[in-house]
Write a new protein. Sequence first.
Length: 229
Amino acid sequence: MRSLQPRRTQNDKGSEARVKIRCVIYDCDGVLFDSIEANEKLYNDLAASAGRPPLTREELAYVHCHTVFESVRFMSGNNNGLEEKALALLKQVDFKKYIDFLKMEPYLIETLTLLKEKGIWRVVNTNRTTTMPHIMERFGLRPYFDMVVTALDVKNPKPHRESVDKIVDAFKLDRKEVVFVGDSEVDQQAAESAGVQFVAYKDRNLNSAAVIDDHRDVLKLVLNNHATQ
């Protein structure tokens, strides 16, 4: 696990002073939950109903981090008829039955509880849409997050910066006080374009200020920045 990059304050004269972290933004799929199985079942069921083969590895990687409408367009290729059919079938899908296949990442609740004790805002920033309220309810996550931003809450979902800007504005934060924990290039691009530090979750191929494999490492990063301020 690498440390977060020092953010020099205006009065810093060469010391390794760091700015206090006041907000941790989390992606949902792949960070809060291992959702590979859930997404694979959902989109392969949709593909079968639409009359096309199961998703390829590339397609599965895409649907893992994009909105449902972007995913349907991607898996339909240039076949407008297939896309229209898939979108019509999508209206009949009971998304709740796929939520049971989500697996919460270890130590998540413990970490979120301790972040609250430290007075740090906890936010979800996801490209999910209508399924997110059901997930929050099913796993009892509402008390553990101060804000949830989905693709329905913005005009331009990730990788656009709009969702991060919305969070920064809501809590009146300096961008140096925010870290974004994500697992994809979509998350990385949203963080970078918004000017906040990006922490990669279990992926060392992403360009990030730090890489973590365990949610407890978020605490270590945040407390390290507090201690060295």
